[in-house]
Design a protein around this ligand. Structure first.
Ligand code: URA
Length: 447
């Protein structure tokens, strides 16, 4: 069948057969189908969605487009990973990978860079002087063998078809499609060769999916799709109305991750990290939730996870001195405090607007090829529900210049909302859990 006919059928809502869809994707990979045709196809999928069978075919084509690693059947502990749909101040991976490794699981983690108002693990790690995220696959395996975890950026060998499709989606307004997101995420995780995956699907003002119900649909699709590819997955739906933790910005977030790795740091960061870690241990079949949670909380408190992180940093070329004295991390020359203009209660610390303030400072990127400034960012010193007084510091801005600080301040002013009455109850930090068995509400007994 001719390519324009396939695009037309998808546009009109028909289901393509596995042969047709596979053929179309293969033609794109081999250069016989032009970018403009694939862009039209992606827009058709954006509006018409994909059937379950089409989603499976697309995911398999993406997995099969490159190398598929395997860490199974080598007699060693299960290999696991985490994926977050992206947020502001989300430095969970920096704590989770060494924590799980110290617990006894293996974590071959491939992460992304920040884009738009959200941060990325790769940028955070690269703010540590010398840290190399661009390891080849042999180096990746060898760090994993030596340390129990390895943290790298996406390599061209893993699901290269996703890389090409994502580049088109990024410039054709077709990123926000549940099936396309699901195929993109799960293909990379399956090709990574892991046995269990935990997904942190965020909802709220600073999330990719602002509506909880859309986030739930995405979580369900991700867990189901992973399951049909033989990957045990579980998802937590977590709130992203305000930033996670206090610090937003690359080196600032490394500092906060170090605090958490030493048993301290903000309570929300510790809670989300432990919840995700316990869930992936359950998905890997190595413990019950309660056992995993208790034992990993202990590993944070006794310094084991911090020590493991140090080994990871050194194995990937990072500077030992910076770990011994985190003041060696990049820091910005200008500091400016945003103070509360009135007495009242904090009704919002809008994560999206805070993320955009960080972007204005240079902590994030507008286009994939942009550089980021590791030193700049913000510390959000208030949380929704706090009672504050006029003149109280609410946000500390770390900037490269006074002009940048002023530009970020005007964003911060719109992010922080102070009311003279109690605000609405914020969404629970962990809302629901999605497993292969279905959806359950999270309750405090889960912790
Ligand atoms: N992250 C991915 O890896 N792919 C998407 O499509 C969206 C977010």
């Amino acid at each position: 069948m001719l390519i324009p006919e396939l695009i037309e059928r998808k546009r009109n809502g028909a289901e393509l057969s596995p042969q047709e869809l596979h053929g179309l994707l293969e033609a794109f990979q081999s250069g016989q189908l032009a970018d403009y045709q694939m862009s039209a196809f992606l827009m058709a999928v954006y509006f018409q969605g994909l059937s379950r069978a089409e989603l499976d075919t697309m995911t398999r084509a993406m997995i099969g487009s490159g190398t598929r690693l395997s860490f199974q059947d080598d007699g060693r502990p299960p290999a696991v990973d985490k994926h977050s749909t992206g947020g502001v101040g989300d430095k969970v991976s920096l704590v989770l990978a060494p924590l799980l490794a110290e617990y006894g699981l293996r974590v071959p983690m491939m992460s992304g860079r920040g884009l738009g108002h959200t941060g990325g693990t790769v940028d955070k790690l690269e703010s540590i002087p010398g840290f190399r995220t661009g390891l080849d696959l042999d180096e990746f395996r060898s760090v994993l063998d030596e340390v129990g975890c390895a943290m790298i950026r996406q390599t061209p060998e893993i699901a290269p078809l996703d890389g090409r499709l994502y580049a088109l989606r990024d410039v054709t307004a077709t990123v926000e499609s549940v099936p396309l997101i699901a195929a993109s995420i799960i293909s990379k995780k399956v090709a990574e060769g892991i046995e269990a995956l935990v997904l942190d699907v965020k909802f709220g003002r600073g999330a990719f999916m602002t509506e909880p119900e859309s986030a739930l649909e995405l979580a369900r699709t991700l867990v189901e799709l992973a399951g049909s590819e033989g990957l045990h997955a579980t998802a937590l739906l977590t709130a992203m109305d305000e930033p996670l933790g206090v610090k937003v910005g690359n080196a600032l977030e490394v500092r906060e991750a170090l605090e958490c790795l030493e048993g301290g740091g903000p309570a929300d960061l510790r809670e989300v990290t432990l919840e995700l870690c316990a869930d992936v241990a359950v998905a890997a079949g190595v413990a019950t939730r309660g056992e995993a949670w208790e034992s990993m909380a202990g590993i944070l408190d006794d310094g084991g996870a911090r020590e493991r992180f140090g080994r990871l940093v050194v194995a990937q070329g990072g500077d030992q001195g910076t770990l011994d004295d985190p003041d060696g991390l990049p820091s910005a020359p200008e500091r400016l405090t945003y103070e509360s203009p009135v007495d009242g209660m904090v009704a919002a610390a809008d994560a999206r607007r805070i993320g955009l303030a960080a972007l204005v400072l240079g902590a994030g990127r507008r286009h994939v090829e942009d550089d980021v400034d590791p030193a700049v960012g913000l510390e959000v010193l208030c949380r929704v529900g706090d009672v504050v007084e006029r003149g109280q510091p609410l946000v500390m801005i770390h900037a490269r210049s006074e002009e940048d600080a002023a530009a970020a301040t005007s964003r911060v002013e719109t992010a922080i909302e102070i009311l003279d009455e109690p605000p609405e109850e914020p969404a629970p930090l962990v809302w629901k859990r999605v497993t292969e068995d279905g959806v359950t509400d999270w309750t405090p007994d889960d912790a």
